[in-house]
Design a binder for this molecule. Structure first.
Ligand SMILES: [Fe+2]
Length: 227
């Protein structure tokens, strides 16, 4: 027997507001920092100068330039500004996942970061970042993507971590299993480090520049816990 939803009268629609939950959710923030143009211009200059000076690393990047992981120790005002933005968002995001808001809890955060410069054809293979709590990216420049290019050109894709979630899903619902982010300058994205992700190949002129980072978090014990 099959039915359609029109067979169900409106007054039979059950109120599920207090007995439903989205379980095993994955927190993700995509925060557009306002007034970022000057900062992005300064970051772009600093990063491109560093690129001239160093061969860079090969990690998840296929092509492109990946700086050393000491980005946040670079001696430049724009780097310090970005570090403070990452710290602010880290604290806010960590507070947001607390199940026990009552009582003081404090955390220490260790931040590592690196700059990425992707030119035509560069991408980042599927990966995650072991041994950290949060990972994220700040977008400095999006280059000039080709007009006639794929929808995913240069975009970040976060992969659904639910095993088997692609067995059957309904497009345009919470069961959908693709999450794609446009690398708009000024946008800062953060998500749990265990979440697999990739960057689609960049087809365009100029440089797609981002700063990626990892955050290790340790809770500071309270005086009572130490006693
Ligand atoms: Fe990554």
């Amino acid at each position: 027997m099959t039915t359609t939803d029109s067979d169900l009268a409106d007054d039979q629609d059950l109120d599920l507001a207090h007995c439903s939950a989205l379980i095993f959710g994955t927190p993700m923030i995509a925060y557009p920092w306002p007034e970022s143009d000057n900062l992005n211009e300064a970051l772009r200059e600093v990063i491109l100068v560093k690129e001239e000076e160093s061969k860079g690393l090969v990690r998840s990047n296929v092509g492109g330039w990946h700086s050393g992981t000491d980005f946040f120790a670079w001696d430049a005002e724009c780097v310090r500004t970005l570090r403070s933005r990452v710290q602010q968002l880290t604290v806010s995001l960590t507070r947001r996942i607390m199940l026990t808001p009552e009582g003081p809890r404090r955390f220490n955060y260790r931040l590592d970061g690196w700059a990425n410069v992707n030119r035509r054809g560069s991408y980042n293979a599927v990966h995650n970042h072991p041994n950290c709590l949060w990972s994220g990216t700040y977008y400095v420049a999006s280059g000039q993507p080709d007009k006639e290019s794929s929808k995913q050109n240069g975009k970040l894709e976060l992969l659904d971590p639910r095993v088997g979630a692609n067995m059957m899903y309904v497009k345009g619902t919470r069961l959908e299993n693709r999450f794609i982010i446009d690398p708009l300058p000024g946008l800062m994205v953060m998500f749990p480090s265990w979440l697999n992700h990739l960057v689609h190949p960049f087809a365009g002129e100029g440089e797609r520049i981002s700063v990626a980072f990892n955050i290790v978090t340790t809770e500071v014990p309270t005086a009572e816990q130490l006693a």
